[in-house]
Design a protein around this ligand. Structure first.
Ligand SMILES: [Fe+2]
Length: 178
């Protein structure tokens, strides 16, 4: 049974180093993405990862590396139009990501659930629940994050869609039938 807020994917990223290299060496212009400075990651880079490649076949997406400055907070929010994503913190940082109990309104006291990111691990992330991120480190936090294309019927990929893919991925690994 999947967690309401997030699910760690049992797969070590095969492209974490490539992402950092791309960020440092690419002359591609940075963009602003939801108040983050970001660089769009070319498809040929992220498709080198077997998990991302499997996901992409079912639910195509764009991907970017988002930079969170040291000593900053990204306040309580839901992700607008985006209902789900796949996230990976690329570099180990002192940072916090928490979800608010969805039955609550934001108040002086709220109940929270933490996503303790392991650098280099992917997480299916339910962006329909209110969440908050703090980078209390002295260095920037680099987050790989995807934005799914709309489905063919025009609807938006949500967290429940990804659950099936994650299970299939685990199954395919067990059977070795990749
Ligand atoms: Fe968010």
């Amino acid at each position: 049974m999947k967690h309401d807020f997030f699910e760690e994917v049992n797969h070590v990223s095969e492209i974490a180093d490539d992402l950092m290299t791309f960020f440092i060496e690419s002359r591609q212009e940075a963009i602003f993405y939801h108040d983050f400075v970001a660089k769009v990651i070319p498809r040929k880079i992220f498709l080198k990862d077997s998990f991302l490649s499997d996901m992409y076949k079912k639910y195509p997406f764009n991907a970017a590396l988002l930079i969170m400055e040291p000593g900053t907070i990204y306040n309580w929010h839901k992700d607008g139009r985006r209902k789900a994503t796949i996230n990976m913190v690329v570099n180990a940082t002192e940072s916090i990501c928490i979800f608010m109990d969805p039955s609550e309104e934001q108040a002086m006291v709220n109940h929270i659930t933490e996503l303790r990111y392991q650098a280099g691990s992917y997480y299916l992330f339910n962006t329909e629940h209110r969440h908050l991120v703090v980078n209390q480190d002295v260095k920037p936090r680099f987050l790989f994050s995807v934005e799914f294309h709309d489905k063919e019927d025009g609807s938006i990929v949500d967290y429940n869609d990804l659950e099936i893919e994650n299970e299939l991925f685990e199954l395919s690994k067990v059977k070795g039938c990749r």
